[in-house]
Each structure stands twice: as structure tokens, then as C-alpha cells.
Design a binder for this molecule. Structure first.
Ligand code: IMP
Length: 195
């Protein structure tokens, strides 16, 4: 069993990360903390800053940063997704997309640290922005994001279905595979890795 400290203020993320990592023999302890997000242009930069804010050298620390990228809006809201949703909610985004291409991508960058070592893992899911919010599962943009291959929003799909296709799940499977391999490898053969 590998122990990981997941730092986030979002209980929805904790549920999802636990459910994906459990089959890899990774036990997720939750440190409930709001980590400040710096002005940055990429999710990886934000994840890196979040990792720097948590000092627990003796254990694996896991953080993640996610965002909704709409190509017809030049990637907006992207790294500003949390701020945009908090201040404006869905209406301006739906209005902006009335006459634009509604395709979107949800991305997650997970940052993992142990002592001075750092690794990043990414995941994404493509989809479209719905015409109106629907559904009550999940959190954030789930009520307006329709994943590719589905006709319903992420918030209308069950948590199990979200965990089988989501950006976060895809990044966390990489974390799980990495930790499972590393925990089996003899210590002196350990190498840095990126995915
Ligand atoms: P952050 O990673 O918490 O900064 O997320 C940025 C914004 O995207 C926040 O408004 C989150 O609520 C939202 N968000 C993050 N992950 C998801 C998800 O899996 N589904 C829907 N919205 C999400």
C-alpha cells in the first residue's frame, strides 16, 4: 500500500481521486486546504506552485489543477476557469458560445512530489458545451460539459461513468501506474519520470 497526501479544498476531487487510485493500492489521505493559485498561463505552472506550498518531505504529496478550454474562445476560460465560474457562473459562457463552435476540452495536470523529486501527469477529455445546464452530479462545469460519445452532461452521468472517462481520472490512472511500478521497484533503481 502506498500512502499519498492529496491537498485540495474540493471534496468532489477527493472522491474521484480515491476511486481511481484505490485499485492501484494507493491510499489517499486528504489535507483540506485552499492553495492559492498564482497568475500563470498553464495548468502545469499552477500545479507546480501548489506543490511548492506544501512541505511534507517524508511522504508523497499530490495536487492537481484543472481547467475548461474552449478553442473558439482562444482557450478561455482555461487556467482562469475557477475564477471565471466563481465571479460569473455559466450565463456569459453560454451567451458567448451562442454563435461559436461549442467544442471544449477539460484538462487536468496532477503534480506529485516526494522530497525534492517532482513528477507531472496530465489527462484530458474532449466534449462540447451544452445549450443549458443539466444534472446534479459532480461539481464545477459538469452541468454544462457533454463528453464526447455522450448526449448528456457530465452532471447527468453517474460518478462511475465520470470516473471512467474524465480528464482527472485519466491523469490519476497515470499517477496510479507510476506509484504501483515505483513501489515494486528496488529503491536504488528508482528514476524520475514524466507522463
Ligand atoms: P481547479 O482545478 O479547482 O482550479 O478547477 C478550475 C475550475 O474548474 C473550478 O471552477 C472547478 O470547479 C472546475 N472543475 C475542475 N474539475 C472539474 C470537473 O471535473 N468537472 C467540472 N468542473 C471542474
Amino acid at each position: 500500500m502506498v500512502d499519498v497526501l492529496f491537498v485540495t479544498s474540493n471534496p468532489g476531487k477527493v472522491r474521484e481521486v480515491r476511486s481511481v487510485l484505490a485499485p492501484y493500492g494507493v491510499s489517499v489521505r486528504w489535507l483540506r486546504r485552499t492553495l492559492t493559485e498564482p497568475q500563470a498561463t498553464t495548468l502545469a505552472e499552477v500545479a507546480g506552485h501548489k506543490l511548492e506550498a506544501v512541505r511534507r518531505p517524508a511522504r508523497y504529496v499530490l495536487v492537481e489543477d484543472s481547467g475548461l478550454f474552449v478553442p473558439s474562445l482562444k482557450g478561455f476560460p482555461g487556467v482562469y476557469s475557477a475564477h471565471f465560474l466563481k465571479i460569473w457562473g455559466f450565463p456569459p459562457l453560454l451567451e458567448l458560445l451562442r454563435r461559436r463552435d461549442r467544442r471544449a476540452v477539460f484538462r487536468t495536470v496532477a503534480g506529485l512530489a516526494r522530497g525534492k523529486e517532482r513528477w507531472t501527469f496530465s489527462g484530458e477529455v474532449r466534449g462540447t458545451i451544452a445549450w443549458a445546464p443539466a444534472g446534479s452530479h459532480g461539481f464545477g462545469y459538469d452541468p454544462i460539459f457533454v463528453p464526447e460519445g455522450f448526449t448528456r452532461t457530465m452532471a447527468e452521468l453517474s460518478p462511475e461513468v465520470k470516473d471512467s472517462i474524465s480528464h482527472r481520472a485519466r491523469a490519476m490512472h497515470k499517477v496510479g501506474r507510476f506509484l504501483a511500478t515505483r513501489s515494486r521497484a528496488p529503491k536504488r533503481k528508482r528514476k524520475k519520470g514524466f507522463a
